[in-house]
Design a protein around this ligand. Structure first.
Ligand code: PRP
Length: 185
């Protein structure tokens, strides 16, 4: 069986790799250490936002130390048509556990306009968690349409269309083990 690594050469649709596996691993480890320090001795409800967060979430969870009592949950949200202007989201899959009184950390792959996260955090805050923070792998700070500041972020990126490590274009490329700029589709 061939043992060539999946990342030996980038996907032909990729224009440029922004963060390779080593860079992602190192940064996720740092974020995990930071979260471990901040929540040591506490119970933390880590909420992945499907689907884009799935790879980051899996790696981040393994980077959080045993000092934190981690519980895992997921939400799936979808923007209403025209949401780019309204910022309203629809919850497709809700939490299994009640967030009331809990320390909640929402995990996202990317914050772009900020509309999804500001709407989602508003929805969650109405359910009275003890604390609510957001950890995103990528942050397109220049694209905000609403003020939103995640507490934890992996990397700030320019206004480019990125795929890989969970991020898709038309549901493709999520499995790429790096974050890359796509050639103009
Ligand atoms: C992406 C991402 C965020 C949102 C960020 O989700 O995972 O949820 O867009 O964009 P915003 O800051 O402009 O609101 P997407 O709708 O692509 O779904 P996916 O996670 O299933 O890929």
């Amino acid at each position: 069986m061939s043992s060539a690594p999946a990342s030996a050469s980038p996907h032909p649709d990729v224009k440029k790799v922004l963060f390779d596996e080593d860079a992602l691993r190192a940064r996720v480890r740092e974020l995990g250490a930071c979260i471990t320090r901040d929540y040591a001795g506490r119970r933390l409800m880590v909420v992945g936002v499907l689907k884009g967060s799935l790879i980051f979430m899996a790696d981040l969870l393994r980077a959080i130390g045993p000092e934190v009592d981690v519980h895992v949950d997921f939400v799936a949200v979808s923007s209403y048509a025209g949401s780019a202007s309204t910022g309203t989201i629809r919850v497709l899959l809700d939490l299994r556990e009640n967030p009331e009184g809990r320390d909640v950390l929402v995990v996202e792959d990317i914050v772009d306009t900020g509309l999804t996260l500001s709407s989602l955090t508003e929805t969650l805050r109405a359910r009275r968690p003890a604390s609510l923070e957001v950890c995103t792998l990528l942050d397109k700070v220049s694209c905000r349409k609403t003020p939103f500041q995640p507490k934890y972020k992996g990397f700030e990126i320019p206004d480019e269309f990125v795929v890989g490590f969970g991020l898709d274009y038309d549901e493709r490329y999520r499995q790429l083990p790096y974050v890359a700029i796509l050639r103009t589709p």
